[in-house]
Design a protein around this ligand. Structure first.
Ligand code: C2E
Ligand code: MG
Ligand code: MG
Ligand code: MG
Length: 286
């Protein structure tokens, strides 16, 4: 009996593993053609003033809809795309859409900023600066309003420190700023914030610290400390994952300036985002 139970367990386990590996490799194979098949789209999530919910900027987030697999979650396909290398083309697609959108909104929303997410492989491309420079020549922006969101992985786990330093300098010359994403969840966060402080414009506090901020004294103490640190370093703070008014009120009391989350808006398609901007603007001028 034990033997047959063990056997069926083994069979089940191996079938599951087989399925998931098969599934992953199928997903990986489909990623290569996802862009040219127009399966990748870019969504835009408002970043707002915590104080008065005014629209200040947006984060660009990619979405993948595949006819066979349906909607695939970003946390699943981004990791696979990093393994296959397709992430570089995906992120350049998102970057291009973002710069085009910012460019087209220049006169309507002159101060709006937009952010894109980058991973270590994006920084490892030797033509990154040339690509960005061409893009910004084609779609000029009158101010520095493009930001690249990075986690500590990009700053720490890159081949050479001087390599990343050179890239950050070149980005800065192009008027591109850096935001630290998912702050507080990685390693050595403080040392790299100090080291690269001249390039960093914003720190995005991960939603895990925002979720229970109203009731959990430890969370509010940590967020308070991050805000004070950022002030001292002349950086802005964005709180991620704000879902309730109570969270927004607490963050406002702590002096947090920027927020992002379902309370104000989920990530929107370009059409819906433009409608959102129009509604906001007509309210502001009404
Ligand atoms: P992230 O950069 O930290 O993006 C924020 C995530 O939080 C997004 O998930 C967003 O939809 C979600 N979010 C925003 N507000 C709320 C809220 O109030 N409640 C909850 N529960 N979630 C909220 P998404 O779009 O699924 O993306 C997940 C992660 O995938 C991103 O985390 C980012 O690391 C990565 N990612 C997404 N798009 C791209 C991309 O174009 N390039 C790269 N390299 N990574 C991307
Ligand atoms: Mg991000
Ligand atoms: Mg984040
Ligand atoms: Mg996150």
């Amino acid at each position: 009996e034990a033997k047959s139970a063990g056997k069926s367990q083994y069979k089940q386990f191996s079938a599951e593993m087989f399925d998931s590996l098969m599934f992953k490799s199928k997903l990986k194979n489909s990623l290569g053609s996802a862009i040219q098949n127009q399966e990748i789209s870019v969504y835009f999530q408002p970043i707002f003033s915590i104080d008065n919910t005014e629209l200040l900027g947006f984060e660009s987030l990619c979405r993948w809809y595949n006819p066979e697999f349906g909607h695939v979650r970003p946390d699943i396909f981004i990791a696979l795309a990093e393994e296959t290398g397709d992430i570089v083309n995906i992120d350049r697609f998102v970057l291009t859409q973002t710069v085009q959108l910012l460019h087209s909104l220049e006169s309507y929303c002159p101060n709006l900023f937009g952010t894109v997410n980058f991973c270590p492989l994006d920084f490892a491309q030797t033509d990154l600066i040339a690509f960005l420079s061409r893009l910004l020549t084609k779609y000029p922006l009158t101010q520095t309003k493009l930001e690249i969101e990075v986690t500590e992985r990009s700053l720490l786990h890159n081949d050479s420190e001087s390599g990343i330093q050179t890239i950050l300098n070149a980005l800065s010359k192009l008027g591109v700023k850096i935001s630290i994403d998912d702050f507080g969840t990685g390693y050595s966060a403080l040392s790299y914030v100090k080291h690269y402080r001249q390039y960093i414009s914003k720190i995005k506090i991960d939603s895990v610290f925002i979720r229970d901020i109203v009731a959990d004294k430890a969370d509010s103490a940590l967020v308070n400390a991050i805000i004070k640190m950022a002030e001292g370093l002349e950086m802005k703070v964005v709180a991620e994952g704000i879902e309730t008014h109570a969270q927004r009120t607490t963050l406002n009391q702590l002096g947090c300036e920027y927020g992002q989350g379902y309370l104000i808006s989920k990530p929107l398609s370009q059409d819906d985002f433009l409608t959102y901007i129009n509604t906001k603007n007509s309210r502001a001028t009404a």
